[in-house]
Ligand binder design. Structure first.
Ligand code: C2E
Ligand code: MG
Ligand code: MG
Length: 541
């Protein structure tokens, strides 16, 4: 600002002057000071086209430089561009040389900024990291890199489309801008990945910015009048301590980010060396998951579903991975990896085939419930797979129950409808899993023929004493029955919970109290014992 020959000035969101070049001050005989209104300095902008351009730039933050006439008589040209939390302005004399220079600056600006959000881009991030890590003649100044990842962005993008995804990214960029402190800069360096650089500050400041960010993302985003809950996870790394090269620092922040995700997302973590172990484990899991199917390391367990009368309805197939070194791994750990690596189709096909093959060894009255992940459902081949499995195992279609989650139905696309209707035509039943925890927009309940609805265990765990859970569960049971659907309660762990649910008219129960997930061998025994006792009861009656 002291040395530039530009007549440059910067303004905050309220268009109050924050910084200006000495040249501008001289040109105005020292008559300007911080806090002054943009319109005092450039009265020609206060109204008309120029004013609209400024307002639009403030709202959209499009990464561009726009030329405006600052006086009605075009005597002076001003270029405006988004800067920090507000805008910047440069006054230009109308010489051809200056015009070329400004044009060059404009191109530079566009090369360094992300078109969608107006934040600086990946190129700029790595340049900036290089700058700060090599500044001060090799003496390192403390700096912090925060990497930010949106927690459910992929599912929003997949289910609601890219238009909504883009709108969400813009709003996310605004929230990130909102937590920046003086001197911080923000970047978008990949799809839903953002970064903040802090320079010359105390590490505790980076951590407080990270926390502010996590908190800011707890408020839902409103898009097309629909609230979307998309949290943020943050990984923090400090230079030079965790890296003296840009790439090294990014790797460290990325590892911290992964740790934050692993700890339930929606939180911030600072890099430490022991996190490396976690990454190595995940990498090795990824590699071995590719081979797990061929090596017969995946297996299914079966958890019984029982009617309120105690009569067995069937089993839910739950996949597990018996890793040769690590031991048994739960689906919550490896299914996200399988989805990210595109392995879910293959695993899902195997699960369905194997589950139906087992069900053929049970009494014919018993159903088999199989979970289908959103990626699988939206992938497009699910109907073919179901048809093939029915064909190859000879199972009667109405014994198969497909469990999907509400997030699959977030958007009622033609494809979604087609898939559901085809499954329906094939004769399989469809149930809604984990009901109440995703986007319960309910309209789909009117349009799709669901067989049953599974109330998420979140509402069941305290249902025998928590009035709020009771109210919710009661309402779900009522609604489902009104729609001729069967209601299943998941995660029933105590006799009190079971009794309460049966009293309220819940149709089917599932949970540790009634039976844990068990091997195929034990499931077969469980099934034959249950049907034997039923026959006995029937004879007595
Ligand atoms: P889910 O479909 O909601 O399955 C219920 C989960 O709750 C299972 O965990 C089950 O073991 C657990 N559970 C059952 N009763 C109780 C109880 O009384 N208390 C508690 N605390 N938990 C109980 P699991 O097997 O770890 O599966 C987790 C999730 O992984 C499943 O949730 C399902 O979404 C997914 N999953 C499992 N198998 C498959 C599969 O073959 N394909 C796909 N796409 N997803 C699967
Ligand atoms: Mg399930
Ligand atoms: Mg469930």
């Amino acid at each position: 600002m002291e040395h530039t020959r530009e007549l440059a000035s910067f303004y905050d969101r309220d268009l109050r002057l924050t910084q200006f070049s000495t040249r501008l001050s001289t040109a105005r005989s020292g008559n300007i000071s911080a806090g002054a209104s943009l319109f005092d300095i450039y009265p020609g902008i206060a109204t008309g086209e120029a004013r609209r351009t400024v307002d639009k730039l403030l709202a959209t933050r499009a990464p561009t430089i726009i030329k405006i006439a600052a006086t009605p008589h075009q005597e002076m040209e001003v270029w405006v561009f988004p800067a920090d939390d507000g805008i910047g302005l440069i006054e230009v004399a109308n010489s051809p040389g200056r015009a070329a220079e400004i044009e060059h600056n404009k191109l530079m600006y566009q090369a360094n900024h992300d078109v969608l959000t107006g934040l600086q881009n990946r190129q700029r991030l790595s340049d900036r990291l290089k700058e700060i890590l090599t500044a001060n003649d090799g003496r390192h100044v403390r700096s912090a890199l925060l990497q930010i990842d949106l927690d459910d962005f992929k599912s929003v993008n997949d289910t609601l489309g890219h238009g909504t995804g883009d709108a969400l990214l813009k709003l996310a960029a605004d929230r990130i801008r909102g937590v920046l402190q003086e001197g911080d800069s923000a970047f978008r360096y990949a799809g839903d990945e953002f970064a903040i650089i802090q320079y010359g500050k105390d590490p505790s400041e980076a951590e407080s910015v990270a926390q502010a960010l996590v908190d800011a993302f707890k408020i839902p985003f409103m898009i097309n009048e629909m609230p979307l809950f998309v949290g943020a996870s943050v990984g923090i790394a400090f230079g030079p301590q965790h890296g003296t090269q840009g790439e090294e620092l990014m790797k460290a922040a990325d590892i911290a980010l992964y740790a934050a995700k692993g700890e339930g997302r929606g939180c911030a973590r600072t890099f430490n060396r022991s996190m490396m172990l976690l990454i190595e484990q995940r990498e090795s899991l990824r590699r071995s998951l590719r081979m797990a199917l061929d090596r017969h390391e995946l297996l299914l367990e079966y958890q019984p579903l029982l009617r309120a009368t105690g009569q067995i309805v069937g089993f839910e197939a739950l996949v597990r991975w018996d890793h040769p070194e690590i031991g048994r791994i739960t689906p919550n750990v490896f299914i996200p990896i399988a989805e990210a690596d595109g392995l879910m189709d293959e695993i899902g096909r195997w699960v369905l085939q194997e589950a139906c093959r087992q069900a053929m060894t049970w009494p014919e009255s018993l159903n088999i419930a199989v979970n289908i992940s959103p990626a699988q459902f939206l992938g497009g081949s699910i109907t073919d797979i179901v048809a093939q499995v029915i064909d190859s195992t000879g199972i009667s279609a109405d014994r198969i129950e497909i469990e999907i989650t509400e997030s699959v139905l977030l958007e009622q696309t033609v494809d979604n409808l087609d898939t559901l209707n085809t499954l329906n035509v094939l004769g399989v039943r469809i149930s809604l899993d984990d009901f109440g925890t995703h986007y319960s927009s309910l309209s789909y309940l009117k349009n799709f023929p669901f067989e049953s609805l599974k109330i998420d265990q979140y509402f069941i765990q305290d249902v025998e004493r928590e009035r709020k859970s009771q109210t919710i569960v009661r309402a779900i049971i009522d609604m489902a029955h009104g729609l001729d659907m069967i209601v299943t309660a998941e995660g029933v762990e105590t006799v009190m919970q079971a009794q309460w649910l049966i009293n309220e008219g819940c149709d089917v129960l599932q949970g540790h109290y009634l039976g844990q997930a068990m091997s195929s061998e034990r499931a077969r025994k469980f099934a034959s014992k249950a049907s034997a006792s039923r026959r006995r009861r029937e004879r007595i009656n």
